[in-house]
Design a protein around this ligand. Sequence first.
Ligand code: SF4
Length: 839
Amino acid sequence: MKTRTSCPYCGTGCGVTVERTADGRYTVSGDKARPANRGRLCSKGIALAETLSEDRRLLYPEIAGQRVSWYQAIDHVSRVLQETIDEHGYDSVAFYVSGQLLTEDYYVINKLVKGWFGTANIDASSHMGMASSIVAHHRAWGSDVVPGCYQDLESADLVVMVGSNLARCHPVIHQRILAEKQRRPELFLVVIDPRCTATADQADLHLSIQSDGDSLLFNGLLAYLADHDKLDKAYIEHHVSGLGDTLQAIADMSLQQLAERLGIGQQQLETFYRRFANTPATVTLYAQGVNQSESGSDKVSAIINCHLATGRIGKPGMGPFSLSGQANSMGEREVGGLTTMLAAHMEFSDPRHRDRAQRFWDSPRIASDPDSCALGLFKAITDGRIKAVWILGANPVDSLPDADSIRTALQSCPHVIVSEVAESTDTLACATVRLPALPWGEKDGTVTNSERCISRQRALRRPHGEARADWWAVSQVACRMGFRSGFNYASAADIFREHARLSGSCHGTSRSFDISACASLSDEDYQNLAPFYWPWRDGPAPEQAVRFFANGHYFTPDRKARMIPVNAARPGNRDLTKHYPLRLNSGRTRDQWQTMTRTGYSARLSGYPAEPFLAMHPHDAMSHGIRDADIVTMRSPHGAVLLRALLSEQQRPGQVFSSMHWTDEFASQARINSLIGSSVDPSSCQPAYKSQAVSLQRLDAASHGYAMLRHKPDTSLFADIEYWAMTPVTGGWQIEFASLQDSRELDTNLAMRLTKSMQPCCIEPLSCLDHAIGMRRMAVFEQDRLQFLLFTSESPVPVSRSWSAAQFEALWNERSTRWRLLAGRPGMDQSDTGTDACS
Ligand code: SF4
């Protein structure tokens, strides 16, 4: 049976076709009819079937670690919320959700919080990725709308990618651009990023500007366009205000001065400016590298200013284009699932909107003001003002800045309700109530991608265990609290129809989001709903994306776009000190997703890279006495992590890069966000994830180890070992170790603990000490099956990882052949398919 659904990871919104074979397995392929990907998938999308395992799932509700029925769980949660509200008021409860939820889930949660609790105590992980773009959209055109669509990338003659490693973070969009470049080599690609990324590698021009130099660069571009008579005066006259003030705010600088401040060559800078000035069909894509900054909103405004001043917006191949990070960050914004929004793109600041939402919901109250963002929300938990928090689909203990303080906040909170798919996450460890949620493949609803395309995410199979939809759990709690009139939903389709009705309830010119054509869909229509772009008010679904603003009609009172004067932040060495002399940039890698709760269990996705790494320029490595593959302690004023050094000429000297994926589930101490401070953009409250001042120190490890195990071990076995990192491989799990213990001590500890964790009656160990290189080797069997291999040494362990992993498939009934395993590599009569003799 075939099911057409949507990929749950990034904001590209790829369509996926899943087929269930006769033996119950699933195969995944790209949906050729989906406009976003036309059959393409990236490595994560291709490996989706590997994340459908029913192991490691949270399957039953639990209160204080004890399994309970859903009836008991709903009863408990509703009582806890009600008692907290009765004693401390509505502001004492909060919700934190993520861009992984479906629109129907968000809608119900947002309605409960804003309409029934009357607060804005809800925020989402999308705030961490997109808030600066939302602010800049609002102040430029009065509405949170992305004006263009993916087709523009293929119609453009110039694509500028700013703060976006598209090749790794939105791989299918990058593939589309590269395919067009191959067809039309004159398509010019510019990448603006301090790092030389995989995206920069394939660009015609890479501007490796100083961190946070974007506003200066785009302010300079606007001044250049004005000086060279490249502004679209007719468009500005009719549709734009604020040009004079914006130009006046730009510091007077020569190109040479500008290039020096940005840390790039003047010729490169001029090439970019000239190319932009002379190419009408220009799209500027931007993502987290722009948004996640203390000046993120201004950076986006500086980009938008250049497009408004040239009238390059809303026409084929033209426009500023904000890419959303998660599969449904946009859906979250549409229902108002952030603390700064009301619902359906309605505003707190407009009393007519508040009145409209309250009357539509027939709710007892309505939130009147935005509340603090996620960081403020967790601060309120620390201060004891919030006493009950419900977290759905998010892992804030790893994903929020100053992550250790988030963990401390949750540990001090009387009631922490967590709805989660996985049986174990760093956030779930803080929960007082655990509720089993539906994963991709079992959940059913809608998502919206970066280009405003709404599509269905469909269930492939029945829910496992007692897992339930988030909208169902929240509605049940709301009904038990006495709010049945507002939350008596029978299905996701019911919720979607109501969301569509609300979107059309204040027709007119003041809002962009409107999908009222879906208000009367039947259940069958909803089940078969084809991807469509909003707005869709009536008639058949638009055949292609509607672009906004080619002819003005902005959502501001005078219907004109507003250019925003931007005071360019000074790029360079801000915040660096003698104690913290380097700047940390963090981001995604190609094959992992967020905090690895799904992709971290796929062997195919876990080899690249297999350990938490720190990329640094060889000059920085040399000045810190660090060699390639050393273990490095990276510190900030907020915490410390241990990572494997990766020397790379592609890093800008003075800046280091690490991935944000690793958690305590997979490594000893690699939660990157524990280093990040809580500075935010003052307009958007979006944290500055990408510019933390840090220091480095080599770990003088006295011993190293490598183990391959059939089953994932309990990480408490390694509690006193400084560095470990584990990843799945076909047939088992591999773990790398480095320790201050001497190698004999490390070996004894590991051998004893790993052996003890097995059934002692059945195991047969085999070990030897290789005096020549001081390496200890051990293999342990249970009957005919290899259970684990362990190698320890004073220096990094030179064994073949891939060969070792392959031995778990074999039957080892011939005892005389078992000693071969201790070599840790194939004999002369076999070939080694792996390249990883040593990580
Ligand atoms: Fe999924 Fe994004 Fe990859 Fe598409 S590009 S398959 S949406 S992760």
